[in-house]
Design a protein around this ligand. Structure first.
Ligand code: NAP
Length: 286
């Protein structure tokens, strides 16, 4: 068997086209586009600056008004909190993202507690997490939302099926498991202390790897015909990136598979923008 490739770039292009229409509609009704602010506290221009620019490019493409606020690495907790509280009140800003990682003296919890839930388009606040836990509508961590979008757009049945998620982080594994449970999947969460991981993954009709270990999921760990979603992004010493799934061997066993690059990654930022547009509509009561 050779797996069907689930093309995240093509799905991302489809969603962008839908968002362009939505933003046009919003602009017609409100006279201004949805606004997004990315706050980046840093002294360097490293990986998260690249990530910020990628978000800005998508925003420009769909005509969301987005800007990057670069704050110096020595910004105090109080200064950052004040800035976020001002953005909460800013009528031109409907979505706020704070780039992680933060400098060590700034706490992620403080940031999560400072962004208003209605503008928390990456689902990092306790309020968003609490709503997700309770099965109430909320903004979702964008990577987990991207995985759900891939499953939905590829018409992968989730309800009633055995799904194994490898990884339990607060940004990917845990929220994803809750979203899948909400969609009536039977979910198993695996992590670094799981015994006999392969015995569990081989039972999965849908297997999702969100670990951060290059090529750790091999063909022997995959049930024939399973749908395999690879969230991992691992930088190779020789350059380029690979996923958590050994693409070459798994594609011979799986029924469907996301590539890396070109799978979950390209959808993650699109989902952020999608939630920004949603936030904008919600803030005008629509
Ligand atoms: P993380 O916080 O480091 O979590 C990794 C998880 O994997 C942890 O729950 C850990 O278990 C588990 N794990 C580690 N080694 C394991 C092993 N040998 N067997 C089973 N489980 C193991 O990472 P993350 O933020 O969730 O990200 C996961 C991956 O997704 C990374 O490669 C990251 O770069 C990628 N990512 C991609 C996107 C995207 O847009 N595509 C976005 C975010 C992240 P413990 O909890 O027991 O430590």
């Amino acid at each position: 068997m050779t797996a069907v490739i689930l093309d995240g770039r093509a799905m991302g292009a489809e969603i962008r086209s839908e968002l362009r229409d939505e933003v046009r509609h919003y602009l017609q009704q409100r006279g201004q586009p949805p606004g997004l602010v990315i706050v980046h506290v840093s002294s360097d221009d490293g990986a998260s600056a690249v990530y910020s620019r990628a978000i800005l490019r998508i925003a420009e493409d769909i005509a969301v008004s987005a800007r990057l606020e670069h704050l110096p690495a020595l910004t105090s907790p109080e200064e950052l909190r004040c800035r976020l509280l001002l953005l909460n009140e800013d009528e031109a800003t409907q979505g706020i993202i704070v780039q992680m990682p933060l400098p060590a003296h700034l706490s992620q919890k403080m940031v999560a507690d400072s962004i208003a839930a209605r503008k928390d388009i990456d689902g990092i606040s306790t309020s968003s997490a609490g709503n997700l836990f309770l099965g109430l509508p909320s903004f979702l961590p964008s990577t987990a939302a991207a995985v759900m979008e891939i499953l939905e757009r590829s018409k992968t049945t989730v309800a009633g099926r055995r799904i194994v998620v490898i990884g339990r982080s607060n940004v990917v594994g845990k929220p994803l498991a809750l979203m899948l449970l909400q969609k009536n999947a039977t979910v198993t969460i695996c992590h670094s202390r799981t015994n006999n991981l392969a015995a569990l993954t081989r039972q999965a009709e849908v297997l999702i790897a969100a670990v951060g270990r290059a090529n750790m999921v091999t063909a022997e760990m995959v049930r024939p015909g399973a749908t395999v979603i690879d969230v991992g992004i691992n930088t190779r010493p020789e350059g380029g990136i690979v996923g958590d799934v050994d693409f070459a061997s798994v594609r011979e066993v799986a029924g469907a598979l996301t590539p890396t690059p070109g799978g979950v990654g390209p959808l993650t930022n699109v989902m952020l923008l999608k939630q920004c547009v949603q936030a904008a509509w919600q803030q005008v009561g629509n």
